[in-house]
Write a protein that binds this ligand. Sequence first.
Ligand SMILES: [Zn+2]
Length: 180
Amino acid sequence: MGVDPARDTLVRKGVFGSEMWTAEMKKRIAETWDMDVYDIYGFTELCGPGAANDCYVHDGLHLWEDHFYVEVIDPKTGEPVEPEEKGELVFTTLTKEAAPVIRYRSRDMSFLMDADSCDCGRTHRKLGYITGRVDDMIKVSGVAVWPSAVEAVLLKHGELGSEYQIVVWREKGLDRLKDR
Ligand SMILES: [Zn+2]
């Protein structure tokens, strides 16, 4: 329709959540709209969006630790992993009444950052950006493939859109993968 969001609108900040998105997708939205892009995380069982938020430093999501306790575990064994190590986020609500959750497995994959402060001044621990869901991962010839890795590569090419489909099939006993 000939509208250039960066030139023709005054929207300069946006808060986006609900789906996993890559740094490349953020960059594309930021450039298309000339916008500062913020990530927001949450899900219905916690409080909806807002359990963890990006700050202007844009280096992870501050978890509101006064309301939520997070653990990061190996999704296969249930054992805790170290800070900075990727795993499944598990939440316990600390203040929620009526429908609290205890050690609720989110199926979302990320990691807990080691730093206890941020240049924005906040001291709430930060989570890495969500990279996918436990059940998103596909195994192709024994190699773990995350759709977010495919998205990251596709979006490096400005001429390509942001929608994609990954097709995996077996041919003569070998896994094959194609994205389109
Ligand atoms: Zn911060």
